[in-house]
Design a protein around this ligand. Structure first.
Ligand code: HGY
Ligand code: MN
Ligand code: MN
Length: 402
């Protein structure tokens, strides 16, 4: 299977006919189809598939436990297959498909790795269903407890534990998996760029050097349900007002503190056009190069929400995440001095880096610069340039002289 045929196969899975975007959420039917696809691609290449305690899938070329027998730890690449609601085709899948295509290319040129090469599909990277991003790599590395993960609920009140059980997995098995993490000597995640830097500098591929501090906070404002037409203004307790003030405050605070912030998801109760809202739950996403500034954004929003008697609770926080400087330099050098860029997007690579795994990323140009949208795009030519870069990197890191 070549890159293009794999890409075509994946294209139909979880695609929403109306929006053209993808709805691939953790432990759903679409996710099951994607996981089956991953196993099929791995087995068709004779790779050994293992599944860790969290449900992340790993396809191995060589014995990943060779290190325990005095061998060298594996070089791993890959990414995730899940999406945000109406997400683009490339965010996640580009890294997984490129990984399989890179193994094909290495074999075509007769490459014999001197250490195991692994391809990973991290489960639930977007956190679209249960609300915490990088859930699969967070639990794997101990950055989120299994108890908390099991108790997370989706929009229908289904817990992650129930979703795992429905998908045939034992929720009690969920937990950190040090044995799996120890197999990784280096991790390089290839990902579509979620911005316009490569367009602006005219390069197809870049090395990723770091991830900005970023987090998610749940905002809850309360009111009193009542009739939209007969309740006097002075008698109203409208939960929407605090929510609306928070949204504007987030934007203003981001401008003031040099960050980015948005409220992209909101749930209103009871949610009737002619009923005053009794409760609003909304999610703030705030990020920036300076973590103190991000905290000030959240403080400003919290102050406004407090004024309306509401509550702001931190759902997840990831501090500044520099990738391994030596590995970043090594990749940039091997790839002929290509650009080295940071990103405001969170990735599983960040979780592994924070767990002490030597990690870096490769970014592939996105002509629209848009992501988390059906408009997300990368040309076939640049996708193949990404695979070529990954082949160079894997040859270097897994080669005999590495
Ligand atoms: O939210 C992010 O930055 C990533 O797409 N999970
Ligand atoms: Mn994403
Ligand atoms: Mn991603």
């Amino acid at each position: 299977m070549t890159f293009d045929s794999m890409w075509r196969d994946l294209g139909a899975v979880g695609r929403d006919a109306r929006s053209g975007g993808y709805r691939r959420f953790a432990w759903t039917r679409e996710d099951h189809t994607l996981r089956e696809w991953f196993v099929g691609e791995a087995e068709s290449r004779g790779l050994d598939v293992t599944i860790d305690r969290v449900g992340n899938q790993w396809a191995w070329w060589g014995d990943p436990d060779g290190a325990s027998a005095g061998g060298r730890r594996g070089v791993v690449t890959g990414s995730h297959l899940d999406s945000v609601p109406d997400g683009g085709a490339f965010d996640g899948p580009l890294g997984v498909v490129s990984a399989f295509a890179a193994v094909d290319a290495l074999r075509d040129k007769g490459f014999e790795p001197d250490r195991p090469i692994g391809i990973v599909n991290f489960v639930d990277e977007e956190g679209a269903r249960f609300g915490v991003a990088c859930a699969g790599s967070r639990v794997l590395t101990g950055a989120m407890t299994a108890d908390r993960a099991r108790s997370l609920t989706d929009g229908d009140g289904v817990t992650m534990a129930q979703a795992l059980a429905a998908a045939g997995r034992d929720p009690e098995q969920l937990g950190p998996d040090g044995e799996t993490v120890r197999r990784i000597g280096a991790f390089v995640e290839l990902h579509v760029e979620q911005g316009r830097h490569l367009v602006d500098v005219g390069a197809p591929v870049a090395v990723g050097s770091d991830i900005w501090p970023h987090g998610r906070w749940r905002i809850r404002t309360l009111g009193e349900a009542n009739h939209a037409g007969t309740t006097r203004l002075e008698d109203r307790d409208d939960a929407m007002l605090g929510f609306a003030a928070a949204v504007i405050a987030a934007r203003r605070a981001a401008e003031t503190h040099g960050c980015v912030a948005t409220v992209g998801k909101v749930v209103v109760t009871p949610g009737g056009v002619n009923a005053i809202a009794s409760e609003v739950t909304a999610w703030l996403d705030a990020r920036g190069a300076d973590q103190a500034a991000v905290r000030r954004v959240v403080d400003d929003v919290t102050e406004v929400v407090d004024d309306f008697g509401g509550l702001v609770v931190e759902d997840s926080w990831t501090g500044p995440t520099p990738f391994d400087p030596a590995l970043v330099r090594r990749l940039a050098t091997r790839l002929g001095g290509i650009p080295v860029i940071g990103t405001g997007a969170g990735h599983d690579a960040g979780m592994l880096a924070n767990a002490g795994v030597p990690t870096a990323m490769l970014f592939v140009r996105n002509p629209t610069g848009i992501s988390h949208s059906p408009e997300e795009f990368a040309t076939s030519r640049d996708c193949h340039a990404g695979v070529d870069a990954l082949v160079t990197v894997l040859t270097d890191l897994a080669g005999a002289r590495a």
